[in-house]
Design a protein around this ligand. Structure first.
Ligand SMILES: Cc1cc2nc3c(=O)[nH]c(=O)nc-3n(C[C@H](O)[C@H](O)[C@H](O)COP(=O)(O)O)c2cc1C
Length: 134
C-alpha cells in the first residue's frame, strides 16, 4: 500500500471534512498544512493537497507557498488536488492544476465540491483515497 500524505488548509471546515474522509479511506490521518513542510515529502508515495477557493479564485497564500515548496519534490508521485468553493465555478482549481502541471506535478485527479461535502462527494473522496493508497 502506498503511504499517502493528505495535506489541507481550511477556514470553515468544509475542506477539512473532505480531507478527513479522503485520508480515512487512504488509511491515514489528514495533516493541516501548518504541520507539513516540503522536507516531509520524501516520506510519502502519493499526495492529496486540499485548499478551498479563497481571495478571487485563489489559493490561501500560506498554503500556496507550502504547495509551491512541495511541488518540486513530488516528482512523478500520484497527486490529487481538492477543495471546497461557494459562488464560483471552480476557476481556482483549474488555475491550481495548470500551475502544478507546469511545475511537473503528476496531477492524477482534481475534486471540488460546493460548500460542505454531501454524501456523493464523500463517496467520491473515499474512492480517491482508495485509489491513491492502492
Ligand atoms: C475570503 C474568502 C474568499 C473566497 N473566495 C471565493 C472564490 O473566489 N470563489 C468561490 O467559489 N468561493 C470563494 N469563497 C467561498 C469558500 O471557498 C467556501 O466557503 C468554502 O466552502 C470554504 O471552505 P473551507 O470551509 O474549507 O474554508 C471565499 C470565501 C472567503 C472567506
Amino acid at each position: 500500500m502506498s503511504k499517502v500524505a493528505v495535506v489541507y488548509w481550511s477556514m470553515t471546515g468544509n475542506t477539512e471534512a473532505m480531507a478527513k474522509e479522503l485520508a480515512s479511506a487512504a488509511g491515514t490521518e489528514a495533516i493541516e498544512s501548518s504541520e507539513f513542510s516540503a522536507d516531509m515529502c520524501d516520506q510519502y508515495d502519493a499526495f492529496a493537497f486540499g485548499c478551498p477557493a479563497m481571495g478571487d479564485e485563489e489559493l490561501d497564500p500560506d498554503f500556496e507557498e507550502l504547495f509551491n515548496d512541495c511541488a518540486g519534490k513530488l516528482g512523478q508521485k500520484p497527486t490529487a488536488l481538492f477543495g471546497s468553493y461557494d459562488w464560483g465555478t471552480g476557476d481556482w482549481m483549474e488555475t491550481w492544476k495548470q500551475n502544478a502541471e507546469a511545475e511537473g506535478v503528476n496531477v492524477i485527479e482534481t475534486f471540488i465540491c460546493n460548500l460542505e461535502p454531501d454524501d456523493d462527494a464523500l463517496e467520491a473522496l473515499r474512492g480517491l483515497g482508495a485509489k491513491l493508497s492502492a
